[in-house]
Ligand binder design. Structure first.
Ligand SMILES: [Mg+2]
Length: 443
């Protein structure tokens, strides 16, 4: 018998005569509060892997012993999607079969600790799939949308922003105007660098470096971006909100300089000026300028978000819900951020599944410190496979009032779009971007 088993038995023996009566009274009370709804038991856990458009989506389905009571959760990690599937099927499923489906916090803690080593993106995404599915089940069981379980609406609808890419200022101004006509009040402006591998439209022949691959140089990128954003502000006026994402592609000192140079443009926020490996430099940005800063889509560890929030070093926390482990941990991040005056802006690109977009929509609705939401407008084949997603109207996302997430998945249709290999044969992984001289840089 080891130390842990001994202490467990010792405690159980000492209080065993007292606890059963207390437990049974507490359970009766809980049953009354839940209107006598029986506790569902996890009967099966399935993984839905589908690629209806560009990105690989993973959604977990948790089924219970109660007929028709099941839930869906986002476990999408596009760049390593094939690894999330066995993490769910080989490890979480055996751990959870036969366990209660209505103990969400307890289940999250059990999954999180069962690997001993934790906080990695594959395992966090797998846990998120189960976690979000259990929230869906609880909503369906209570016959309420999940936002009601989180305390109810703190607002009527959720503001979302649009993203455009442009190679020069006139193209940027035209594209921002087109989004303003669709009633977006906030637009992210991404910049294409001629010949480079950038987050914007490409143009011209690929720049040839001292190697055969894709090239990106931070200096020209910073100069072009500043010029385009200045022109957008000048031509579009003060009312439209503008965002830019630096994608952690500049050096720490350049990030400080860049944030300072962009200060007169009054961005809604500058996103990811630094990588998670260089968090200490956020204090220098704060000391140098008042440019609003957003960070967090790459975070999967409390040690990453806690110091930035507690130090009031960022204005928007931007975690990717499934990457951080699901709704259970991220709603705690939202509450922590509220205490320090930091707002939320959860990561919402197309490589969040429609289930994940809906989970963050419900959290947005219930969080007093909601700032803005990226994406969340589900169209095309995704909308046919995932029915019941948010409606877009007037710059806002509107949730349905159906129980749980309000989403049903057409699993037969999803199965018609299995993962397919891309042009680089990387199974959904990304390639490599280098500076002109061949140095590998952040994606
Ligand atoms: Mg980003």
């Amino acid at each position: 018998m080891d130390r842990r088993e001994w202490s467990h038995m010792a405690v159980a023996g000492a209080v065993g005569s007292v606890l059963p009566a207390r437990y049974s009274a507490a359970e009766e009370q809980a049953a009354r509060a839940a209107r006598g709804l029986p506790s569902p038991v996890i009967k099966d856990i399935q993984v839905i892997a589908t690629q209806p458009s560009d990105v690989r989506l993973i959604v977990v389905k948790v089924l219970t012993d109660q007929d028709g009571l099941y839930g869906y959760g986002c476990a999408t990690f596009t760049q390593r999607a094939d690894l999330v599937v066995p993490a769910v099927e080989k490890y979480l499923k055996p751990l959870l079969l036969g366990k209660p489906a209505d103990r969400i916090e307890d289940t999250w803690q059990a999954c999180y600790n069962s690997s001993y080593w934790r906080n990695g993106p594959v395992l966090n995404n797998a846990i998120s799939g189960v976690d979000q599915a259990l929230w869906d089940i609880k909503g369906r069981q209570a016959n309420m949308p999940v936002y009601q379980l989180l305390g109810g609406k703190a607002r009527e609808a959720v503001e979302t922003y649009a993203t455009i890419g442009a190679i020069d200022a006139s193209e940027a101004v035209d594209r921002v105007r087109a989004m303003m006509e669709q009633e977006f009040k906030c637009i992210k402006v991404m910049v294409g660098m001629p010949g480079m591998s950038s987050y914007g439209p490409s143009s011209g022949p690929p720049l040839k470096g001292l190697h055969s691959g894709a090239v990106f140089e931070p200096g020209p990128y910073m100069r072009r971006t500043r010029q385009i954003l200045e022109e957008c502000r000048k031509q579009l006026g003060d009312e439209v909100e503008l965002i830019h994402d630096a994608h952690e592609r500049v050096t720490p000192h350049q990030a400080v300089q860049f944030a300072k140079e962009l200060e007169p443009i009054r961005l809604f926020y500058l996103e990811d000026p630094l990588p998670p490996e260089q968090l200490a430099y956020f204090r220098q940005i704060r000391q140098q300028c008042a440019t609003s800063i957003a960070m967090g889509e790459l975070f999967n560890n409390p040690h990453e978000w806690q110091p930035l929030i507690e130090g009031r070093l960022i204005d928007y926390i931007r975690c990717h819900l499934s990457q951080a482990g699901g709704l259970t941990p991220v709603r705690k991040i939202a509450i922590l951020a509220e205490q320090f005056g930091v707002k939320t802006a959860w990561h919402g690109p197309p490589d969040v599944s429609p289930v994940g977009h809906t989970a963050q929509l419900h959290l947005d609705l219930a969080s007093s410190n909601f700032g803005i939401q990226e994406g969340g407008i589900i169209r095309g084949l995704e909308a046919e496979i995932f029915t019941g997603c948010a409606t877009y109207k007037g710059g806002y996302l509107w949730a349905s009032n159906k129980p749980g997430w309000g989403i049903e998945v057409n699993e037969e249709l999803a199965a018609k779009y299995p993962f397919r290999d891309g042009p680089d044969h990387l199974d959904g992984g990304w390639g490599v971007v280098r500076r002109y001289d061949g140095t590998v840089i952040n994606q």
